[in-house]
Design a protein around this ligand. Structure first.
Ligand SMILES: [Zn+2]
Length: 286
């Protein structure tokens, strides 16, 4: 055996790949341990699959998507898929999927299996956030999601036309979803001459920027974002920048601020600040 494969595995798979003697040696030398019957962890690295396997299942749903680097809504529980024995013999909760169960299994579900298990745990907005991110990252195509959702509940299938793989962040997907629900006409990732690419443009004149502009922590970003704000205002755009916390934790107030601007017609009119904002010459106060 050349290399110890750190991670959590079904014992049978380890026997196949390493050979029984090597696995038993690892266990004797305490380089591996049995998590539960049929499952072994090699090494002692922190691994989100350990808790899932100890609870009688494997890591799935929102937790597995998060593990794979997909944008997911805030969650604090470990989401576990239990096998049939675990579901009837152990205390859950276990995440449920729609459609046919999978036959292939490891300690952490692949993105398609995790997505199928996540639709009962996520609200509509959360499902769109996850699907946007999967398409954006190239982990699943829109067609693959559509195919998977063929056996999903109607509520889930109706979300397909809300998916937009151009979304650069979970926050952008959230704001877009909330505005589309109000029938607001908008576009995302819009290139504006003299400003650059903005996250969301509502109508002709209202820009929503997320976690960009003022919210970069480092000085060069802060300065370039300030210049972008000034440039956009000089061209007549109205700007609403929001932080992650505003979008995720203070969502009602943030949504209301955007809707108020729309009710005031900000998306249809040039800003009165057009051409009168002096260029930023002072250093930001740190
Ligand atoms: Zn779940």
């Amino acid at each position: 055996m050349n290399e110890i494969p750190f991670g959590v595995y079904p014992t049978s798979r380890l026997y196949q790949t390493l050979g029984r003697a090597s696995v038993e040696k690892l266990l004797r030398e305490r380089k591996a341990r049995v998590l539960r019957r049929g499952w072994i962890q090699v090494g002692d690295r922190q691994d989100p699959a350990v808790e899932a396997v100890r609870r009688g299942g494997v890591l799935s749903c929102v937790s597995a998507l998060d593990y794979h680097g997909v944008s997911v809504p805030e969650h604090h529980d470990v989401h576990v898929r239990g096998n049939r024995w675990a579901v009837s013999n152990r205390r859950g909760p276990f995440c449920r999927r729609f459609g046919r169960p999978e036959s292939e299994y490891g300690a952490i579900d692949d993105v398609a299996t995790a997505l199928a298990h996540s639709v009962h745990c996520l609200d509509d907005e959360g499902i769109v956030v996850v699907c946007d991110s999967l398409v954006y990252l190239g982990m699943m195509s829109f067609d693959e999601i559509e195919h998977l959702f063929r056996s999903a509940p109607g509520r889930v299938r109706r979300l397909l036309d809300k998916i937009d793989g151009r979304a650069m962040s979970g926050q952008e997907s959230m704001i877009r979803f909330r505005l589309l629900r109000e029938n607001v006409k908008l576009d995302i990732q819009v290139k504006i001459a003299g400003v650059g690419t903005v996250d969301i443009l509502i109508g002709r004149w209202l820009i929503v920027e997320l976690d960009g502009f003022e919210f970069h922590g480092d000085r060069p970003h802060f300065t370039s974002d300030r210049i972008r704000i000034t440039d956009a205002q000089n061209l007549g755009y109205h700007l609403l920048p929001f932080s992650y916390d505003q979008v995720v934790l203070d969502k009602d107030k943030t949504h209301e601020r955007i809707m108020t601007a729309i009710r005031n017609g900000a998306h249809m009119r040039r800003s009165v600040l057009a051409g009168v904002v002096p260029e930023m010459t002072t250093e930001p106060a740190w």
